[in-house]
Design a protein. Sequence first.
Length: 507
Amino acid sequence: MPIFAAVDIGSNSVRLKVARLVRRRLQTLHEDREVTRLGEAVFRGGLLAPAAMAQTIKVLQRFHRAAQKHGADRVRVVATSALRDARNAHSFREWVRAATGWQVEVVTGLDEARLIHLAILSNSRLSPSPVLLMDLGGGSCELTVSRRGHIKETVSLPLGAVRLTREFLRHNPPKKKEMARMGRFIAEEVGRVAASIAAARAHRMIATSGTAAALSVNRRRAQGKRGSIVVSRRATAKMAAKLAKLTEAERQRLPGIGTKRAEIIVAGTTVFAEVMERCGLPGFRYSPLGLRDGLLAEMAAEHDRRTRSRRQIESDRRDALQALGARYQADAAHAQQVREHALELFGELRELHQLPAEYEEWLTAAAMLHEVGGYVNRAGRHRHTYYIIAHSELFGYTQGQRRLIAAIARYLGKSRPAPGDRALKVLPLGDREPVRRAVVLLRLAAALDQGRRGAVRRVRAKVKGSRVLLTLKSRRRSGADLEVWALEKERGYFREVFGRELAAALS
């Protein structure tokens, strides 16, 4: 039973969660959290403050000891808004690596939203009707519209509670003109996306993060209720107005609001009130799940393909590939044909290519996107394809995985992978040779739909000595002569990579 640990380095707090995977379900073993305000100085001067970095390092060392104590087989450490914005983020990441041995991943706001969506979908069921997920952290606010388990829209806004507090609120309690200035900024940011969210008809809202927890606890105690409740739009607006008139000490005494939360709750509550008002949402329900739960779900999915989170990740990835292909007007039918042939070849030639199992996914993703560069310019389209894939937001794929997919899709046409190519040099050493082999499979898969008419129904491979025979079953009376011709053009490169002679024939 594997044990995973997830660390979320946020702009306001640092969180740890350790869980064991038992019968495809995660069981929490340990949780820890501490407010370090890592992003506080970033939002004013663009740099992480030495004191905040040092405090965060101490917390991470404590987390490291806890992960070791519980025998974590794998640890993922991610950072969000503060490190996305800080000019000295690299120095902090190196400090973390020296102090703990951990590599820090800096996730985008959109990937942050995807992981929170994954956490909620992996641990609960949403209604078929559209739902708005809102996560308000220290540096940013992620809004995600989900329908039937699919992300329909997601945005990341610079409306974190720490960021807004440091930018606008200088007095205790804040002055009216400070609140007015902050209110205009929030309204402008929310206004950019409010129409599209309202158009999605998401009449339910699930909120995560400390601000949502504080508002939920406060409202539940005020009503004398237990368990989960809906915090209404009206109650949130009234609370925002009330909090703005109180001193920090007075806010601390309110139910659900502690010492650290009292400093930033005014800004956070104001954002909640504005989002619900502008997007026509009647209220929200709090969920304790967050980014760390999404990381755990992703690790569980990579360990066991039968988990519920694995199915959600595969769904997110399919959606992302189809959306990117559509954005760049790729031939969807051809891309699907190439994908299917790539899957066939991966299985049929497994003993020959000996690629790691995960390359099946990188190969098929490259098949879906191998023509997106043509949208920019037909000349040099494969170089454009590489750039688009490597630099696009592809839900469910890390930056390293995007680079792998981009490198596989890069070498069609006349180009061949060469050791000095940038597309290979940015990859880990252990992936460079597997990419060369995957490129061969993609070139063969593209050749199998050379005529773009789905002429080949099935392909079978037979490896015998120094010869590899591909037998094609045609689905058309006109046969697949064009596809056989295209395969024969790949004989030289196939021999260069695999040291075997390639032959193709119709059955």
